[in-house]
Design a protein around this ligand. Structure first.
Ligand SMILES: C[S@@+](CC[C@H](N)C(=O)[O-])C[C@H]1O[C@@H](n2cnc3c(N)ncnc32)[C@H](O)[C@@H]1O
Length: 210
């Protein structure tokens, strides 16, 4: 059992409240069009799903990818409970998502309309490489939102967050998107000491001719 499989057993009880207030504004910033295909990676236990699914409408598709079986099991329970038909869960590493994850769009060179990465950039083992792989799946004109915690220096709380979440919150997680996107914006979200740093949202659109 991996660390994240174990963490999944307490994840919702310990984490959900700390990020709840951000889920709606982040989904709003991503603004997926109704009927689009949205990739949520890493999806964890699916805490972002309610606000994302609401915006995708009945004919939209949410593909939730995570490498932890334990996290996906919890996400599956959330999906079953809500009865969402358009949510598909895939166990994979974010840098090696199999094409079949995108269903009828599996053959499309850029199957993803909207990319949602919430507390992912700080945990991917190679943030630049993984972002590059995910960005290559996004269609030109598609939108990407990255949300993460950032601290230039670690205080005690930041140190604890890094240990518990297996994260590195000193990363300047927004930089790969800033270099690649049009209309790039970086915003601070309301501060909470328990995150160990400043929670920030980065958003941008993939250029038509990247
Ligand atoms: C802090 S949680 C964030 C989950 C979710 N996005 C949220 O906002 O609650 C980090 C997640 O990243 C997943 N993860 C870490 N490295 C990954 C990778 N390379 N590919 C896919 N998932 C990964 C873990 O299994 C865990 O579910």
């Amino acid at each position: 059992m991996s660390w994240y499989d174990w963490f999944a057993s307490i994840y919702d009880n310990s984490i959900e409240a700390a990020y709840r207030e951000y889920r709606a504004p982040v989904a709003e910033a991503l603004a997926p069009a109704s009927g689009s295909l949205l990739l949520d990676v890493p999806c964890g236990t699916g805490q972002a799903f309610p606000e994302l699914v609401k915006r995708l409408g009945d004919d939209g598709t949410l593909v939730g990818v995570d490498q932890s079986e334990g996290m996906l099991k919890k996400a599956g329970m959330r999906v079953d409970k809500a009865g969402w038909q358009g949510v598909h869960l895939v166990r994979a590493s974010a840098d090696a998502i199999p094409r079949e994850a995108f269903g009828s769009r599996a053959e499309a060179p850029t199957p993803v309309d909207a990319l949602h990465v919430f507390l992912g950039m700080s945990v991917f083992s190679d943030m630049e490489e993984t972002f590059g792989r995910l960005w290559s799946l996004l269609r030109p004109g598609g939108r990407c939102v990255l949300v993460d915690v950032h601290a230039e220096r670690l205080g005690l709380q930041g140190f604890m967050v890094n240990r518990i979440a297996r994260a590195e919150i000193r990363r300047r997680f927004w930089e790969p998107l800033e270099r690649s996107a049009e209309g790039f914006e970086l915003r601070d979200l309301p501060f909470q000491r328990q995150h160990g740093g400043q929670i920030m949202l980065a958003v941008g659109t993939k250029p038509q001719n990247p």
